[in-house]
Design a binder for this molecule. Sequence first.
Ligand code: PGA
Length: 259
Amino acid sequence: MQNQKQKKQLIVGNWKMNPWKAEDARKIFDGVKKEAGKLGSVQTVVCPPFVFLSDLSKRVSGHRVVLGAQDVFSEMEGAYTGEISPLMLSSVGAKYIIIGHSERRALGETDESINKKILATLKMGLYSVLCVGENERDAEGNYLQFVKNQLESALLKVPKRMLTNLVIAYEPIWAIGAKAKGVIAPADLLEMIIFIRKTLSDMFDRVSAQAILVLYGGSVDEKNTESFLKEGEADGLLVGRVSLSSEKFIKILQIAEKI
Ligand code: PGA
């Protein structure tokens, strides 16, 4: 599993609500595993829909390719129809949990529920991948304050000792998905990563903040991977659409391995 201190590149594939057949999920996972299992400098995480986790967990071998989930509920068990707890996700082999993805926020996820989910996940000893990112970039720079507010509310009351299991994914909404308005320039990404680190450092302390991996997500593909990791100085990537193609996802992993 990821040792954050070693700062391996962390590459997370978010399959979103795809594919719809278990057979296809197995095919993509096996394809990724075959190559990603050979890479020593990359921690690969595949986040399929909940229903495929149990099945895919039987195909995991070793720590180089592990499973994650795309969301979680904040309670461990009880009368919460339709919800899935950190305890359940842990029991089917999920190691990482994406929390506060913009697509979930658009469906009504609040800052308060994100905070509860982060606390529950970290308490369970799972890695939390907290997604933050602005809707649009304004000339006045209000987007920086927007991201700062998201970090502060999501990480309220998180004890410092739990920060080693926290990952931040910066995902500007305007750069995500098939309707993306564009891709971020590596220099703008670097500025945001520095800003996120400074915010975390002010909230906790410098040493704790340095240990937190900051990923980039939004229209990542095999052509822009290198610039986000090198010039953008991201500690890894959160990959949506392209993670459904094992061939393209493997290319991203191989590029990350060489950085
Ligand atoms: P995308 O999605 O790579 O398809 O833009 C990224 C995400 O939503 O995590």
